[in-house]
Design a protein around this ligand. Structure first.
Ligand code: MG
Length: 162
């Protein structure tokens, strides 16, 4: 019997604001600026949450956690991804792998990459080799290059036994 597989696409962008630290992929990174947002503004976890939900046809992050709800102010984005994972698990889906591109002029992500991968692997309940992250600068142009914003793109593959 053929297993069911579904691919999900995630994207998010947040503006930079003065004052650190940066929270990305659930990891606190020493930096002189942070991402602005209603929740903890973790653009990476938001993109992953949307990818997981989209793959399973279970809605999107804005629907589940509206920014008009005071309960979501300053919310830990790990909780949002946890809720998304519970929803898709109830439908029998499990994560096969996740691949992400973080677009940011600064800071360099390499020193934090393994900590972020490990945290994502835990949140998605997969071995470490199923999660990858790479960083791209904005080459000094556009909103990424001018350090006005950080953006994330990711794809996730889900499977369940048919
Ligand atoms: Mg967001």
């Amino acid at each position: 019997m053929e297993p069911s597989i579904r691919v999900g696409l995630g994207y998010d962008l947040h503006r930079w604001e003065a004052g650190g630290p940066l929270i990305l992929g659930g990891v606190e990174i020493a930096h002189e600026r942070h991402l602005a947002g209603h929740s903890d503004a973790d653009a990476l976890l938001h993109a992953v949450t949307d990818a997981v939900l989209g793959a399973a046809g279970e809605g999107d992050i804005g629907e589940l956690f509206p920014d008009t709800d005071p309960d979501n102010r300053g919310k830990d984005s790990s909780e949002m991804l946890g809720e998304a994972m519970s929803r898709v698990a109830r439908r029998g889906w499990r994560v096969i792998n996740l691949d992400c591109v973080v677009q940011t002029q600064r800071p360099k992500l390499l020193p934090f990459r393994e900590a972020i991968r490990a945290n994502l692997a835990t949140l998605l309940d997969v071995p470490l080799d199923r999660v990858w992250i790479k960083a791209k600068t904005g080459e000094g142009v556009g909103s990424i290059g001018r350090e006005e914003a950080l953006a994330v793109q990711c794809v996730v593959l889900l499977a369940k036994d048919a």
